[in-house]
Design a protein around this ligand. Structure first.
Ligand SMILES: [Zn+2]
Length: 443
């Protein structure tokens, strides 16, 4: 049968034979590489909440519930099961608990700059472990807040173990007095979550213990799931959402595997995201120093807009940027999702410079704080030629935004209708000593 003769209605009927489609969730019990050169089925699969990943010129990865294979057979599509779903050889990789103990020892030895805590529990009751790195680490200082999240897809392991090495290396370089590292730790609140999906990493699975794809599980401003509430979402998603709400992150990245590229918002629509040029510059900064990124023949200069590559609804980066003013990119670290554990130090060496230079870019921005943590309200930012750079809300007395270099006016209105004006200079040259560009506003 000619594939193109299948009507969408027929396809939908076949699909509904084996699954009651659950809204806002992507079950990822099985995975296949589907040969579909002209990508004619991507739209249909996406609409059915099947998870597409890493399209290339031959086809793409497709994940879904049990029964997906029969569906592909019915559609007469060619496919092969993905090795990663079958090969449960873990190599030398530590379990999540071993990573936590290793980091807890480091935290205990460095209580002045490290703190660890859990933001919640996974579906299988594992801790969702975070390390905070900052001077005066026990105090919530008025400093820009940055985060890295690894291993959202459990079988994409490189980010998890690379972030452990990054934490250890930052501590060593701080102790050695390396200027960049000392200044960034002293002027920033850095949060690193090596694994957002410990259950998936412990079973080498893409999804969590409920077989759900966490990077399809966030609110999405282009779909009917467009309310920023945790209800009905996976425990790992809820934990990240609640954590984000409690902080003021303004720059972040999350790590994946399966390609070598920095993927920037939006994923969910072809419309340009606000400050796309800035986001692209930050992505290029990361990609420019990592072997295999900048010279990746598939992606010019090692970066791509997410939607242009493939459409994702419910992804974390779009949610983060849209609802929380936290500019986030998605970094694909390795062609092989589960390389030998002995290769992790090489991945770290390759990404070492980029990890720090991207983090330092959080200081290309400006913001303000009130001493009163109950202050909240609205802020409108204008650039030097009065161009509207966006309107935002602020909470808990603090606001910070990463911006292109230039001069800005912040028009602030608090919850009682009082107005304040703030003038800020943002420069793309990160100079030392690094003082956070956060100005105190007096009531
Ligand atoms: Zn992934």
């Amino acid at each position: 049968m000619n594939l193109r003769s299948l009507t969408p209605i027929y396809i939908l009927l076949v699909f509904l034979n084996f699954i009651g489609n659950s809204f806002g969730h992507s079950s990822v019990e099985v995975g296949f590489f589907v040969y579909d050169e002209d990508q004619s089925y991507i739209k249909t699969f996406t609409e059915q909440n099947l998870a597409i990943d890493h399209p290339n010129s031959a086809g793409y990865e497709l994940y879904g519930p049990k029964g997906l294979e029969q569906y592909l057979k019915d559609l007469k599509l060619e496919y092969v099961p993905l090795d990663e779903g079958l090969d449960k050889n873990f190599g030398e990789y530590p379990y999540p608990e071993e990573i936590y103990s290793r980091l807890k020892i480091l935290v205990d030895q460095n209580p002045d700059i490290l703190q660890s805590f859990s933001i919640g529990k996974s579906s299988k009751n594992r801790e969702l472990f975070v390390v905070k790195i900052s001077d005066n680490v026990a105090i919530d200082e008025f400093e820009p807040e940055f985060k890295y999240i690894g291993n959202m897809h459990g079988n994409e392991i490189v980010g998890r173990d690379m972030l452990v090495l990054f934490i250890e290396d930052l501590v060593n370089r701080y102790r050695a007095g390396e200027k960049d590292v000392v200044n960034i730790i002293n002027s920033t609140e850095i949060f690193i979550m090596p694994t957002m999906n410990p259950d998936g990493s412990a079973t080498k699975s893409r999804g969590n213990d409920h077989w759900q794809d966490l990077n399809r599980n966030f609110p999405d401003f282009t779909t009917s799931d467009n309310v920023n509430t945790v209800k009905g979402r996976e425990p790992e998603t809820q934990a990240v959402m609640n954590w984000q709400k409690s902080r003021h992150f303004s720059l972040s990245a999350n790590f994946h595997g399966g390609s070598k590229v920095v993927n920037y918002p939006w994923d969910t629509t072809g419309d340009p995201a606000p400050l796309t040029d800035l986001i692209r510059d930050l992505s290029l900064l990361y990609a420019s120093t990592v072997p295999g990124f900048y010279d990746n023949p598939r992606f010019a200069q090692g970066v791509t807009n997410g939607f242009r590559w493939y459409h994702v609804d419910g992804g974390m980066q779009d949610w983060s940027y849209n609802w929380h003013n936290d500019l986030q990119v998605t970094i694909e670290l390795s062609n092989n999702k589960w390389p030998s554990y002995s290769e992790i130090p090489n991945y770290y060496q390759d990404n070492k410079k980029a990890l720090l230079s991207f983090l330092m870019k959080i200081h290309q921005g400006a913001g303000f704080y009130f001493k009163d943590p109950l202050m909240k309200g609205k802020v409108k930012i204008l650039n030097a030629i009065n161009k509207d750079m966006g309107a935002f809300v602020f909470e808990k007395g603090e606001f910070y935004k990463v911006l292109p270099s230039g001069k800005y006016t912040f028009n602030i209105e608090d919850q009682e209708g009082r107005n304040y004006k703030l003038f800020a200079l943002v420069t793309d040259q990160i100079t030392y000593p690094l003082i956070p560009n956060l100005q105190l506003i007096k009531k």
